[in-house]
Design a protein around this ligand. Structure first.
Ligand SMILES: [Zn+2]
Length: 501
């Protein structure tokens, strides 16, 4: 039985800046967030003898015979909070339907929590989710991302399980940094080892590519490969996939190096001896993953002892950033239906949908065909909602960002799959201030604003001061409810189809 003597109502009388959604009493100690912007603090209140205080850094005072500690929002206090409120500590989430909501600004999680609460159901969220590439583009560390997500989830009042996705890891050093920061879900991206030219190379080139594979690492030989697959037919639930010699040689030539890389990364991660789950993602590669290739990937990874919870093939059609699916939705569903059967027969494991922001037209098919064995990843869409918030609050700032983004686009688009043209995006001088927010709903402007986030957030003026970052962040910090409301409204559209499994 709790011996904590104060009610939320008592405390709100004394602490007028207390954020009620954050308030929680756990093991006879109360925790809440108070204040706004940079003055925001974590507060811990408990009997002076409560062991809770040991791990928190901050200033202590006395409040009615109890000890009150006011703690800055730093990494040490985020760790302490995760160790005290254990639901905030990321853990493996298994096969439950799940959704990742990346946050490049460190300010989006309270809005993500609002969307999660609004959709209900058993969907499991991943609030901390960022690739090493995007961390570098925003000057953030794995700890920064984790700390922001921890305090955001706490502030929003999230009280159920969470995962944390160290996304698109490419090297063992990436793994080490994210293990140290407390991540639980590790997405291994062997894309640099995928040979997409194998799709169309002539047979003799395929043969030499296969002979050149790292057979020691694959613990196999070209002969074994033939014996295991060639001439076999894989019976799935309502279809069968024949594996002929050329298709399997192409699969091996395309993905053999990637399998060796994933196996190395998996073993490196497993040697850390932490609870974790693994995703394998080949979504950022040039050509779609065929069903035979998916079978080859899954059965080879299994043979090498790799265990994974989700896999992101490269699907058919175009998954451009921050916009809906481009392609034939019926064809996508038919293709996905077979991938989903492979995932059930060879796993079960989840299919993961990367670049999942705003792919509204395919969500119903994805949920239907996977029967909920699916993970959705979004990130850029939350940055775009920040821009929508800014466009409504400070037209002049947004206008400057849009002009800058148009000028940066041709450079910044290179590492992304996008097809926007600057000439098709409305010219800034043609728009009134009131028309600016609608740019977030125009295809070309949306992609231009999406892929330039790194430049917008990190470009400096000649005197070394940030060009936009300080004003951008200060505005969102000053209007947290405006940003959270936009996020809630927009993310509900993403999460609802996945919450209804
Ligand atoms: Zn991805």
């Amino acid at each position: 039985m709790s011996t904590f003597p104060f009610t939320l109502a008592d405390l709100r009388n004394h602490f007028t800046e207390l954020a009620p959604a954050s308030f929680v009493v756990h093991n006879d100690a109360a925790f809440w967030m108070q204040g706004k912007g940079l003055d925001k603090r974590l507060v811990v209140l408990a009997n002076r003898s409560n062991p809770v205080f040991g791990k928190f850094q901050g200033e202590s005072s006395i409040f009615k015979d109890h000890t009150l500690k006011i703690c800055p929002l730093n990494h040490a206090n985020a760790r302490a909070l995760r160790s005290r409120l254990d639901w905030l500590k990321p853990t493996p989430i298994g096969l439950g339907t799940s959704a990742g909501m990346g946050d490049r600004l460190g300010l989006a999680t309270p809005g993500h929590v609002r969307a999660m609460h609004a959709v209900g159901g058993n969907l499991v969220p991943i609030f901390a989710q960022q690739s090493i590439r995007e961390m570098q583009r925003t000057n953030r560390s794995p700890d920064d991302v984790m700390t922001d997500a921890t305090f955001g989830a706490f502030e929003g009042g999230w009280r159920k399980a969470v995962g944390a996705d160290a996304d698109h890891l490419k090297t063992p050093a990436d793994i080490d940094a994210c293990v140290a920061a407390g991540y639980s879900f590790f997405t291994i991206d062997p894309g640099a080892h995928v040979d997409s030219a194998a799709d169309t190379a002539p047979p003799q080139v395929i043969t030499s590519k296969v002979l050149a594979l790292p057979w020691d690492d694959l613990e196999s030989t070209p002969d074994d490969l033939n014996k295991r697959y060639v001439g076999k037919t894989i019976q799935l639930e309502d279809c069968a996939i024949p594996l002929d010699a050329l298709a399997m040689a192409r699969a091996a030539a395309k993905y053999g190096q990637a399998i060796a890389h994933v196996t190395r990364m998996y073993r490196h991660l497993a040697a850390h001896n932490i609870p974790f789950e693994l995703e394998v993602s080949v979504d950022e590669t040039e050509t779609p993953t065929t069903h035979a290739e998916h079978i080859y990937l899954a059965s080879e990874l299994k043979r090498l002892g790799v265990q994974w919870v989700s896999l992101a093939p490269r699907y058919i059609g175009r998954f451009e950033k921050g916009t809906d699916y481009i392609g034939d939705v019926d064809a996508f569903e038919k293709d996905l239906a077979v991938h989903a059967q492979i995932a059930r027969v060879f796993g079960p494991y989840k299919l993961s949908i990367h670049s999942g922001s705003d792919k509204f037209s395919i969500y119903p098919a994805a949920v239907r065909q996977t029967r909920g064995l699916v993970h959705l990843k979004t990130a850029g869409t939350s940055y775009l909602e920040a821009l929508r918030t800014i466009a409504a609050l400070d037209a002049a700032l947004f206008r400057r960002i849009y002009v800058f983004a148009r000028a940066r686009y041709e450079t910044d688009r290179v590492s992304y799959h996008v097809s926007a043209h600057v000439a098709r995006a409305p010219a800034p001088e043609s728009l009134t201030d009131a028309e600016l927010p609608a740019l977030l709903d125009q295809f070309d402007a949306r992609e231009i604003l999406h892929v330039t986030f790194g430049s917008v957030l990190t470009t400096k003026k000649s005197d070394g001061a940030p060009l936009f970052y300080d004003d951008f962040i200060a505005l969102l910090r000053a209007h947290p409810d405006a940003y959270a409301a936009n996020l809630e409204q927009h993310l509900i559209k993403h999460l609802t189809p996945f919450a209804k499994v």
